[in-house]
Design a binder for this molecule. Structure first.
Ligand code: GLV
Ligand code: MN
Ligand code: MN
Length: 408
């Protein structure tokens, strides 16, 4: 069975969703469990209902739209997330969810009832930009994090995720994970430069690299910037700066897939003429190889211990997220490649540099991902862009594979 969907719907819906929380430069700010997230959710739920999906909201706010099959079997599920980072683009996550709706629209238009049910999901707080860990909704769904632990995560203003979820009206009744899929597929933009640089249309994603997120709180002593001799300083900001330089060099020296980022840094009192007595900063380390990721973590810890001793500052650390690399289901990955090739689209096998809900779903059922190019490799940036022809091509691969699996 070959189905084709109405291209325009996908592009128009991406535009409509991007208008919610729109920010300067063409991007989106829909941090998880904010009013903007609620408005985005309401819009997508409305679309799900228009498509006659049976919409269920679970206790961590994941939303699943179910389309019945000829038999009452576990569904073929697709989906992603619609929350964004504060300076996000319009495709990260949103594309996979809205393309999933187009799969349903194509099935509806062709009056096809597949053997297995088909489900389209969006998961809560994939980004982890406001509440940690990232991939929170899918992690709870897969049984990797308890509901109460997830509810207790607090943002920088001390707001608990559970309270924020209740406030936006998405603390649902069903148990996360109650619906166990037969297979899960996530269509996503690459968010990196490889496909664009190599002019390849479809990324066949074999794995997701491991992620290590740690927050450090450094306590030193505030003092006068003009009168305090360098030998007497206990500068919390100095340690933070040294870690930023250290992890850059570490990633270069390790090579391979090692990446390292200090993405958040706050100094106190944050004044030009005062030695900072407090620094709070984060380190994001990622590698496709778990042993190398552990090596990087150990090197950072040793560096921090050395500098803390020399500077006589105190350091407390808190792990915000730690996920090992994930390998997707080999035969499903082959089917992604098969369907892309059948559409005469060029392909490339690759790992994912970013975290995704699919990496959690792989704990539950055979899972795979489909990537499309990101122009200039930009993501978590308002200029994030994917050409319409690539958005359509990726969605067609998803549609063809969903139909095959739903009939299997
Ligand atoms: C999630 O988008 C991440 O990979 O940081
Ligand atoms: Mn994403
Ligand atoms: Mn993201």
């Amino acid at each position: 069975m070959t189905l084709k969907f109405a291209d325009r719907h996908l592009l128009d819906n991406l535009d409509a969703l991007a208008r919610i929380g729109a920010i300067e430069g063409g991007g989106c700010a829909r941090l998880a469990l904010t009013d903007e997230d609620r408005l985005g959710r309401d819009l997508v739920v409305g679309w799900m209902k228009e498509l006659d999906l049976d919409v269920r909201v679970d206790a961590i706010g994941n939303v699943i739209g179910l389309r019945a099959g000829r038999e009452n079997l576990p569904p073929i599920m697709t989906g992603s997330h619609i929350d964004t980072v504060r300076t996000g683009g319009r495709y990260d996550g949103n594309y996979g969810v809205l393309a999933g709706l187009e799969v349903v629209r194509a099935l509806n238009a062709a009056n096809v009832v597949t053997r297995r049910p088909v489900a389209v999901a969006f998961f809560t707080n994939e980004e982890g930009a406001r509440f940690q860990p990232d991939m929170m909704g899918s992690l709870v769904y897969a049984g990797g994090l308890g509901l109460n632990e997830a509810y207790a995560a607090v943002d920088q203003d001390g707001v608990a995720a559970g309270d924020a979820l209740r406030r936006i009206g998405y603390l649902g009744a069903t148990m996360p994970g109650a619906l166990k899929p037969h297979a899960f597929l996530e269509l996503h933009i690459e968010q990196g430069p490889i496909l664009d640089e190599e002019k390849v249309r479809i990324g066949v994603v074999e794995s997701v690299q491991g992620i290590s997120w740690t927050e450090y709180t450094v306590t030193g002593v505030s003092n006068h910037a003009g009168t305090t001799p360098m030998r007497l300083r206990r500068d919390a900001g100095y340690l933070a700066a040294s870690v930023n330089l250290f992890v850059r060099k570490l990633a270069w020296d390790m090579g391979g897939n090692q990446v390292a980022t200090v993405g958040s840094l706050a100094l106190r009192p944050n004044l030009i003429n005062v030695v900072p007595n407090r620094a709070v900063f984060t380190v994001d380390l990622r590698n496709t190889d778990e042993a190398k990721l552990k090596e990087a973590e150990a090197a950072v810890a040793a560096h921090i211990a050395d500098v803390a001793a020399a500077e006589r500052v105190e350091v407390k650390s808190k792990v915000l997220a730690r996920f090992e690399p994930v390998i997707f289901d080999a035969s499903l990955v082959d089917r992604v490649e098969h369907h892309a090739m059948a559409l005469s689209l060029s392909t490339r096998r690759m790992p994912s540099g970013a975290g995704h809900d699919a990496q959690m779903m792989q704990r539950l059922c055979p899972t795979a991902m489909i990537f499309v190019p990101s122009v200039a490799g930009l993501s978590h940036n308002v200029k994030e862009h994917t050409e319409p022809a690539d958005l359509i091509a990726g969605a067609q691969v998803l549609l063809n594979l969903m139909v095959e699996l739903a009939e299997s």
